[in-house]
Design a protein around this ligand. Structure first.
Ligand SMILES: Cc1cc2nc3c(=O)[nH]c(=O)nc-3n(C[C@H](O)[C@H](O)[C@H](O)COP(=O)(O)OP(=O)(O)OC[C@H]3O[C@@H](n4cnc5c(N)ncnc54)[C@H](O)[C@@H]3O)c2cc1C
Length: 468
């Protein structure tokens, strides 16, 4: 008899992980605390409950990164995608589901799988040594007792309780005829040279208009239960800083000192917005110090008034939410094991992915890795050219920390997006005469075709599993 794997948390990630483990013929025990103990957002005792929207976002696998992730998960026999497909509702190009039908189906499927045992209990500490394979998938609202216990293993600074997300842009949408590369005072940092930042210049009139727009912009409110979770002065939303005084930003994250605009060397720059490289591929750049509670549409409208960002494409928009997540690039190995205690794997939103589908996708991988390990085998990670592989790479190493002490906190949760994929080898796909669609669409479609071909090779029997 093969020994069981424990899965803590029966949400999107934990349910998918348990399904994959059982599908490999291995017994699995799911420990879910609801209904014994509730979270601030869940309403039912069903597994895989959707806490907010009922949408899995775009289902367009041909040109959309989350649609591609859907397709990859279907091909990898995902329980979550099968249940979503079965309970889908009319929603245009999106995959929206009947939430009760969806969660009910996941719960029934797992209850009916003979290798799965579901125990309704809170795991309030890192489990005892006798549990030798554990997946922790307790999500953004991990109970505080368990979070504290995990923190004792990872170190206090490596588990966050709030995300403070600054927007991230695609590098190729920034107008470099207006912006320029330079570090303040041309100072070389620990991780790079003396031109590591992209600088967007504002004159006094542009700065004043920008501050007015920030202050007047439509904001999202904190939920009641979020208000009691402390966040730090060090990561105040940009609009809160703007409200404190018209010049606060010009003396803070937008200060122009130590920078010279090579496009207009004689003209004084009143303020700058700085962007810093966000991933090792160099395809994504974040807006330094620009965490915000502005509504998403407002962010796009207001940030596109910044010179050089008029055509900006956002891979992620800013936000501030209650969210428990690890500094995964530092803490986890490439098969999602905690380096400090490899009995423990992590999956779902707690690893620093964002969203229902991404969480389930990482659950699928954690389950497959744990199952292979239990059988004495090694499961290779999916290629980084696939959506599953790009997400895994983001949380286990692809994110570029800003370097230096305390820099670890620059890792923030991310939805899947094409900026996480390695670029296509040059030349870029050419537009075919008479074919509809922009160059960007063609590029996305080429990324998708490469992803699915690589995924199919990885999924082929025996291809990803080898003897240890
Ligand atoms: C308020 C809110 C709104 C959100 N809205 C959206 C949205 O609209 N769209 C979207 O894509 N994503 C949304 N998210 C993010 C969403 O939570 C994740 O995308 C997804 O649910 C994460 O999956 P998960 O499996 O990691 O965590 P969850 O689905 O939250 O599952 C974690 C499970 O672990 C259980 N658990 C926690 N601690 C313990 C413990 N100590 N012992 C045993 N069990 C435990 C919980 O009860 C829960 O069932 C939202 C998150 C929050 C907090």
């Amino acid at each position: 008899m093969v020994k069981e794997v424990h899965v803590v948390g029966g949400g999107l990630a934990g349910s998918e992980a348990a399904w994959q483990i059982a599908a490999a013929g291995i017994p699995v025990i799911v420990h879910e605390m609801r209904p014994v103990r509730r979270t601030e957002a869940h309403q039912t005792s069903a597994l895989a409950e959707l806490v907010c929207s009922n949408s899995f976002r775009s289902d367009d696998w041909a040109t959309n990164a989350v649609g591609l992730l859907h397709e990859e998960m279907r091909r990898a026999r995902s329980l979550i995608l099968a249940a979503a497909d079965r309970h889908k509702l009319p929603a245009g190009g999106a995959l929206a589901v009947d939430r009760d039908g969806f969660a009910g189906e996941v719960t029934r499927k797992l209850e009916g799988q003979p290798l799965v045992t579901i125990v309704r209990e809170e795991i309030d500490a890192v489990p005892p040594a006798g549990w030798d394979s554990i997946i922790v998938a307790t999500g953004p609202l991990t109970s505080s007792a368990l979070a504290k216990s995990v923190q004792s293993l990872t170190g206090e600074a490596e588990l966050a309780f709030f995300d403070a997300i600054a927007p991230v842009l695609h590098r190729d949408s920034i107008d470099m005829s207006v912006c320029w590369l330079q570090s303040r005072y041309d100072k070389a940092g620990p991780g790079g040279g003396n031109a590591d930042y992209i600088n967007c210049p504002l004159d006094k009139t542009q700065y004043d208009a920008f501050i007015d727009a920030l202050v007047a912009g439509d904001k999202t409110a904190f939920k009641d239960w979020e208000e009691s979770t402390p966040y730090f002065e060090g990561c105040l939303p940009i609009e809160v800083m703007a409200e404190r005084g018209r010049e606060t930003l010009a003396h803070g994250p937008m200060k122009p000192v130590g920078l010279t605009n090579p496009h207009r060397p004689g003209v004084r720059t009143y303020a700058v917005v700085q962007l810093r490289q966000d991933n090792a591929l160099g395809t994504l750049w974040n807006m330094v110090g620009f965490q915000t509670k502005l509504k998403h549409a407002e962010q796009v409208r207001i940030f596109r008034t910044i010179p050089g960002l008029e055509q900006a494409e956002f891979a992620r928009l800013g936000g501030l939410h209650r969210n428990t997540f690890l500094n995964s690039p530092v803490l986890l190995d490439e098969s999602l094991r905690l380096k400090a205690d490899p009995r423990l794997r992590f999956a779902g939103q707690i690893t620093g992915v964002e969203g229902y589908v991404e969480s389930a996708g990482i659950g699928l991988l954690a389950g497959s890795f744990a199952a292979a390990e239990r059988l004495g085998k090694f499961a290779s990670p999916p290629p980084p050219t696939t959506a599953l592989g790009a997400l895994l790479n983001h949380i286990t190493g692809g994110h570029l920390s800003s370097g230096g002490a305390g820099a670890s906190r620059s890792f923030q949760p991310m939805n899947v997006n094409f900026g996480l994929f390695p670029p296509l080898p040059a030349p870029e796909p050419k537009r075919v005469r008479g074919e509809r669609g922009s160059k960007t669409l063609l590029r996305k479609h080429a990324l998708v075709l490469r992803a699915l071909a690589d995924l199919d090779r990885w999924l082929a029997p025996g291809a990803s599993i080898a003897a240890e």
